[in-house]
Design a protein around this ligand. Sequence first.
Ligand SMILES: Nc1ncnc2c1ncn2[C@@H]1O[C@H](COP(=O)(O)OP(=O)(O)OP(=O)(O)O)[C@@H](O)[C@H]1O
Length: 190
Amino acid sequence: MNIAVKNLKKSFDGQLLFENLSFELKDGDVLGILGKSGKGKTTLINILLGLEKSDEGEVTYSEEPCFSVVFQENLLFEEKTVYENVKFVCDSKEMILKLLNEIGLGDYLNSKVSILSGGMKRKLSLVRAAAKEGNIFITDEAIREVDSVNKNKMVEFLMEHRGNNPLIYITHDEEDLKLIGANKIIRLKD
Ligand SMILES: Nc1ncnc2c1ncn2[C@@H]1O[C@H](COP(=O)(O)OP(=O)(O)OP(=O)(O)O)[C@@H](O)[C@H]1O
């Protein structure tokens, strides 16, 4: 999968977030998008996902994109169980159990999401993205709300399960970006 982003421009109510933003991604690439709060990180991925329109520019995919996404907000079904949440994107019970065990949620299969801690919900969001057979991985602050041991574990999990698909990794944290080892970085500033 190749992604070509050309001359993107986006502003809201006269506030310019970015312009002339261009980059290309291919299989294996890890793109870090770094920027403080409000600089347009989520807007940029919404444009890539087709949820938001850019003012100018274009995004081209070499094949039909299928996104595995960890959204900034977990967007989990709080009243459904851990298992059911992953089942929405994956038919293989074996795969679901394997992924949940790997990330350390194996004991919570039948627990409602609403009883999980913030970090556990983050892990579940990551499992759901990994369980989906996509060809692009996008994560927005994937490893927030967890301690450093769990951060390392989640990064390892993410890197294993994205396979060779391009990964777009959004964060406001330089240290998190180092952990992920991005080979391309975009810094959104004023
Ligand atoms: N639909 C919208 N209408 C108007 N303004 C918007 C809209 N979406 C985002 N904005 C504004 O655009 C700016 C960038 O928002 P965005 O959510 O992309 O930032 P971010 O870098 O992801 O921030 P954070 O790290 O806090 O999530 C903010 O000032 C926000 O208020």
